[in-house]
Design a protein around this ligand. Structure first.
Ligand SMILES: [Zn+2]
Length: 370
């Protein structure tokens, strides 16, 4: 669409364009970063007056990372190491990425993120950093099969025990709650099934904490290095399958608190809109328009280095206002009206939300029990 001279983006009412910044694609050797393809796309966007969102994609880890850190591969409940693979929505391979708690892999993610932000932060067209595309613990876990649950590696075990120590303070309290007789923390066994309930709930809360902590450093890095650009991520609303808080361990409400705006992939589920708006609170919401553009997005998706998607924006007050032309209160009708060329209103989000929130409000780290 860009650069073909047809100016079709104007005819379609596009104001923004999103490009993927893919770890595997743009960091093919350790300490080597090549953003040339994204430079060219950004040039085209700026030339055409489009605002740019960069969406960092980390669940496509480079080959060199797996070679350097074989133990960074996630370890499933059944003892299987999750080897990197390709999947329809990650066609360059490297999915689902390393264990979130592997220190070497974490430093590599941070280095890539830092390089990407430093490279693009002075581009005038860049307005948003979408730091996580649909957070989930791992793709194989969407069907919530216990044997596929991750991650059981030594790094996760150490992090989990630290989390338990902050929550329970002493091993006697853990023993009382879990019904165990451990002599010390090093004897703690990772929960393997749901039959004893309390330990497994802690295990899953720890996973949710891990996801929220990952979101936090990504968002904070944008604020540190590119304070004039907005930082957010976009979830799949976690109300229903295949994405929900149980299978993905993503807490929409906790991550939304740390975002300048909040965003979601919308698949036309009946509960998606209220959930996203509830999680977003006072923040502006940006959502991909899935109904009428689904076919277009599918046609675009096979591109190797990047994908592109249409976004529009609304906020809670707009959701409540009735669209007089259609008689509908559906926010997508408001969005549709925008795309048909209605001029920007005073509700247009700026680069940064009017009420950016730093940090969370107590969801994590877990407070000690009483
Ligand atoms: Zn792990």
């Amino acid at each position: 669409m860009l650069g073909n001279g047809s100016e079709s983006h104007e005819r379609l009412g596009f104001t923004d364009v999103k490009f993927w910044v893919q770890w595997r694609w743009n960091n093919r050797r350790e300490n080597e970063y090549d953003f040339g393809d994204l430079d060219r796309l950004t040039d085209l966007a700026e030339k055409n007056g489009l605002r740019v969102t960069f969406n960092t994609i980390f669940d496509v880890a480079p080959v060199w990372l797996y070679e350097k850190y074989p133990d960074a591969k996630q370890l499933a409940n059944d003892g299987r190491r999750i080897e990197p693979y390709t999947v329809g929505h990650r066609q360059g391979g490297g999915h689902p990425g390393p264990c979130y708690n592997h220190p070497g892999a974490l430093e590599a993610r941070k280095a890539f993120m830092r390089q990407a932000i430093l490279h693009f932060r002075d581009r005038k067209g860049v307005r948003f950093w979408d730091v996580w595309n649909e957070p989930e613990l791992s793709f194989p876990q969407r069907d919530a099969q216990l044997d596929r649950l991750v991650c059981y590696c030594d790094h996760c075990r150490a992090e989990f025990i630290g989390w338990l120590q902050r929550k329970y303070r002493d091993i006697e309290t853990l023993n009382r709650i879990w019904g165990r007789c451990y002599n010390d923390w090093e004897e703690v066994e990772l929960p393997r099934n749901t039959e004893t309930i309390k330990d497994f709930i802690d295990w899953r809360l720890f996973h949710s904490y891990t996801m929220t902590r990952e979101a936090q450093w990504r968002l904070e890095m944008v604020r540190e290095l590119a304070p004039e650009q907005a930082a957010y991520l976009h979830v799949v609303p976690n109300t229903m399958q295949p994405f929900n808080a149980v299978s993905t361990c993503t807490d929409d409400f906790a991550v939304a608190e740390m975002c300048d705006v909040f965003a979601a992939t919308m698949n036309n589920g009946p509960f998606f809109t209220p959930q996203v708006l509830s999680a977003a609170g006072v923040r502006y919401v940006t959502t991909s328009k899935a109904i009428s553009t689904a076919g277009e997005l599918r046609r675009i998706r096979p591109c190797w280095a990047w994908t592109i998607c249409c976004t529009t924006s609304f906020r809670k007050s707009d959701w409540a206002s009735k669209d007089s032309s259609s008689g509908s209160t559906d926010p997508r009708c408001w969005a549709s009206k925008r795309r048909r060329g209605v001029s920007r209103s005073s509700t247009e989000p700026t680069a940064r939300s009017p009420e950016p929130l730093r940090g969370s409000s107590g969801h994590w780290p877990p407070s000690p029990i009483n």
